[in-house]
Each structure stands twice: as C-alpha cells, then as structure tokens.
Ligand binder design. Structure first.
Ligand SMILES: [Fe+2]
Ligand SMILES: [Fe+2]
Length: 288
C-alpha cells in the first residue's frame, strides 16, 4: 500500500509507476479518431484486426441500447449505423473498463455500481446535448463515461485511506471530492485528468474530466462539456441509477442557468433517462 505521505499526482506522473494500461488498440483508435484525415474505412479496418474488440463492439451495437432493427455484422456497418464517434467511444470505453478489472478494487468500490453510474452519466450527457442542440459534441459520451475513473486509482493505491474517505464523506454528507481533497490532498477529477494525460487522451476528453468538480475553472473552450457532465452526474445521483461513492451532490442551479435549461427541459431529460434504464443495464452486462 502506498504511504500516506506520497503524493498521488506524483505517483501518476512518475513514468516508473505501473498504472492500469490502456490497450494499444484503444490508444491508436483515439489517435485515429482525432485525426481529421481518418476515414470511416481506416477506422473500421484498424478495429477489425482485433477480433475480441470487434466482437464486443458488435454485441453492444446490436444491444437494445441502440435499438436497431437490422443486425450489425461488421465494424464498417457499425460505423455507418451508430456512427464513427460512437464506435470510437465503445472501443475506448471497453478498453478502460477492462483495464480496471483488478483484484482488490472491489473491497473499496463496488465496480458494478460505479460503471452503472458511468453509463447513466454518458446516456444523460447525450440526452442533455440533444436538448441544447449540440451536434458537434461527439466526445461527450466518452467524457461522461470515464469522468469518475480517478476514484478507481484511489482505490488501487490508497485502499485503506480511500475506504475511510468514502465512509467519512457519507457519514458527514460531505461531497466526496471535498473529502478527498482534505485527506488525500487532491480529488478524483484531477486524478482522472492526469491519468488521461498519461494515456495520451486528447484535450477535449481530459480537460472536461479534470474540471468536472470545479466547473468555473474549466477553460472556456470546454465549458459546455463540463457543465453537461456536471448536470448528467447530478441527475444520475438523484435518479439513484448506479452509485459513485458520493452521497452529497451539490446544487446545479447555476449549471442549468449557464446551459439555458428550464426545469421543464430537465423533466423531459429525466423522463428519457428513466426510460433507458433497462437498456443501460443490458449495456453494462455486455460492456463489463
Ligand atoms: Fe466525480
Ligand atoms: Fe460521477
């Protein structure tokens, strides 16, 4: 177990630290996806070389989550039907989910609960984006899906301390990120920002993740994304879909105002999210 005096950010920054690795395929997929010159054909060709990943993407594409009528039988077809960015998100999401299948974490965090929270946030973020007519925001699903993975790093490196942090935050009804800052001198949002940097994730993924509990400091360029994740996170907590270890969520009045959303808009988004719960659960089974 890491000593209390060791700075978690230093651990992540230290190239010698053995962090959960992102598969080579996933990091190449991310690089391909962020290159404007990459065609759907290039991406499909690349993913199709990995049979296990291909099978998982096809199973997810054919799940109720996407609700397609016709069967998707190739990555080419998946890109045409569910889209270039969704296929990218699935490829990277699957890889991150499997990177964290490690013994010991389960003693601190309930991974099934955390992943359901993550899938709910990703689904909610997509619904919010639709509501505010953001179409160019394709990475939002993945940002919301991975926003809390910093908690897993805490559970891995500071299991005893983190267990205490989780317990105290719940007992005192303190937002988890505040308790983390108090005890561990950093929070899971900052940690995930560093982890994503280490994994060479593009800025449009790492920056909104890093600021999801400090939205006012997020660079203007990613202000919308960070507000969407903040609202998605709030809604999933209130709907009690999945669990993230946090039991005290902060008010989102300011976030709603900044996104120009009314209470009626939020009620519609909530209805959409609730309707998708069975699909999210199926998605979780296939993803995990
Ligand atoms: Fe969080
Ligand atoms: Fe969260």
């Amino acid at each position: 177990m890491a000593s209390k005096n060791v700075n978690i950010i230093d651990i992540i920054r230290d190239r010698k630290t053995k962090l959960p690795t992102l598969s080579v395929v996933a990091s190449n997929v991310l690089q391909l996806a962020s290159n404007d010159k990459t065609s759907a054909y290039d991406l499909a060709e690349f993913i199709s070389k990995d049979q296990a990943l291909t099978n998982k993407i096809l199973r997810l594409s054919n799940s109720a989550y996407y609700g397609l009528v016709k069967k998707v039988d190739s990555i080419h077809r998946a890109i045409t039907v569910i889209g270039f960015h969704d296929v990218t998100s699935l490829a990277v999401g699957i890889s991150v989910f499997s990177s964290f299948k490690m013994k010991g974490i389960a003693k601190v965090l309930d991974m099934k609960d955390l992943w359901l929270h993550s899938i709910c946030c990703a689904t909610a973020a997509r619904e919010i984006s639709k509501k505010i007519n953001i179409t160019e925001n394709e990475q939002i699903f993945l940002t919301a899906l991975l926003h809390d993975t910093g908690k897993i790093i805490f559970a891995l490196y500071f299991p005893e301390e983190y267990q205490k942090v989780l317990q105290e935050a719940a007992e005192l009804q303190t937002p988890l990120f505040r308790k983390e800052q108090e005890v561990l001198k950093t929070d899971h949002a900052k940690v995930v920002g560093h982890l994503m940097e280490r994994w060479n994730f593009p800025d449009n993924l790492s920056t909104p993740s890093r600021y999801h509990h400090d939205t006012s400091r997020c660079p203007l360029e990613y202000q919308k994304e960070v507000l969407i994740v903040d609202l998605a996170n709030f809604l999933c907590h209130k709907l009690d879909i999945g669990r993230s270890g946090n039991t005290a969520v902060l008010d989102i009045t300011k976030t709603l105002k900044m996104l120009s959303l009314t209470i009626e808009d939020v009620m519609k988004i909530v209805k959409e999210i609730k309707a998708q719960l069975p699909k999210m659960k199926e998605f979780l089974q296939l993803m995990a």
